[in-house]
Design a protein around this ligand. Structure first.
Ligand code: NAP
Ligand code: MG
Length: 371
């Protein structure tokens, strides 16, 4: 992707190599340093990183099974993750229109030898930060805000049934009333808590234009619904289904916003795409969609532009994003998008390979910059 940024923008970038060998060589200190630098400079653009399992430790001969870099960084930044779809008009939405059939799946059946369970936690501090980041984003966008929880079932966790725990619903209400209510009302927007069941039904029917604060688990499920197997812990979804209903087609951009409202880390909402990388390593052709990564750069640089009051940089980032969408809408796209359009009837001339796609975006960008 260097041909989309470096010929056009002069940048003083601090690099932190979060590749496995360097994380191992520095006893993972580089991950911590990168997060500290993010707080210092206020803008970071992060590539997907490998979260280790035992097999990796063996394969790469690592000193230790280092912690998830995303977890380490998230804890240092105390950020809230936002996701936003990237829309191309010619790529149809993925969620088919509601068939009213019921599917029953067995989730667990603990017989004999037992099983396994999962527990979750949130600190009050992180819930306050989540509330503030959500309200701040809703206010910036001038969209209403909904927080969804399963407060009817997860009583201990979601509602105030334990006087020691100020919980999601209560904390959001407190943040709203003490800091945001009058601003929201002046802007003609509102904050509401909704039961997750109601919220999902509403999201599928609505035309969008709202901010949806999802707790970790719900956000993860909702975003995967759209992002097909993209694994990332999410606290927050912006306008996901609504946009899809209206104009369809997407890829996801993801960014973490810190409680200071000033520091962000942008990244693509997908992983390192290992399967494609293996093909590439063997000299094979890949058709990997780079739009989410390009948007990580454009969103990061746009934030830099806002902090520095740099109108030319902002203009560049807008043109870069327009070039991505314009390229796809002109029919030039990678295989994942072509598959959504053509399904099983897909042929090789429906899509470009990775390099051809980036070249096509570069060409479109140059045309936009010269006019
Ligand atoms: P992944 O890299 O997102 O890839 C999963 C599958 O999704 C790919 O095999 C591909 O499907 C499709 N896909 C994802 N991104 C695509 C793109 N840009 N263009 C086209 N297709 C795309 O997830 P993963 O395979 O579960 O994880 C791989 C590695 O990434 C792991 O080491 C994981 O720890 C790491 N990871 C990091 C982050 C992060 O740092 N934020 C997030 C998630 C995963 P097809 O193979 O069917 O084409
Ligand atoms: Mg997930």
């Amino acid at each position: 992707m260097p041909q989309l940024i470096f010929p056009f923008v002069e940048l003083d970038i601090k690099y932190f190599d979060l590749g496995l060998p360097h994380r191992d060589a520095t006893d993972d200190k580089v991950t911590i340093e990168s997060a500290e630098a993010t707080l210092k400079y206020n803008v970071a653009i992060k590539c997907a990183t490998i979260t280790l399992d035992e097999a990796h430790v063996k394969e790469f001969g690592l000193k230790s099974m280092w912690k998830s870099p995303n977890g380490t960084i998230r804890n240092i930044l105390n950020g809230t993750v936002f996701r936003e779809p990237i829309i191309c008009k010619n790529v149809p939405r993925l969620i088919p229109e509601g068939k009213e059939e019921t599917k029953e799946l067995e989730v667990f059946n603990f017989t004999g030898s037992g099983g396994v369970a999962l527990s979750m936690y949130n600190t009050d501090e992180s819930i306050y930060a989540f509330g503030d980041a959500s309200m701040n984003t809703a206010y910036q966008k001038k969209w209403p805000l909904y927080l969804s929880t399963k407060n009817t079932i997860l009583k201990k966790y979601d509602g105030r049934h334990n006087f020691l725990m100020l919980l999601f619903k209560d904390i959001f209400q407190e943040v709203y009333e003490t800091k945001w209510k009058s601003k929201f009302e002046a802007a003609g927007i509102w904050y509401e808590h909704r039961l997750i069941d109601d919220m999902v039904a509403y999201a599928l029917k609505s035309d969008g234009g709202y901010v949806w604060a999802c707790k970790n688990y719900d956000g993860d499920v909702q975003s995967d619904f759209l992002a097909q197997g993209i694994v990332f812990i999410i606290f927050f979804i912006i306008n996901l289904f609504g946009f899809l209903r209206r104009s369809s087609g997407f890829s996801l951009t993801s960014y973490k916003v810190c409680p200071d409202g000033k520091t962000i880390e942008a990244e693509a909402a997908h992983g390192t795409v290992t399967r494609h990388y293996r093909v590439h390593q063997k000299g094979g052709e890949t058709s990997t969609n780079s739009i989410a990564s390009i948007f990580a750069w454009s969103r990061g640089l746009a934030h830099r532009a806002k902090l520095d009051d740099n109108a030319r940089l902002l203009d560049f980032t807008e043109k870069l994003e327009a070039a991505c969408v314009g390229t796809v809408e002109s029919g030039k796209m990678t295989k994942d998008l072509a598959l959504i359009i053509h399904g099983s009837k897909i042929t090789r001339d429906h899509y470009l390979n990775t390099e051809e796609f980036i070249d096509a975006v570069a060409e479109d960008l140059k045309a936009r910059l010269s006019c």
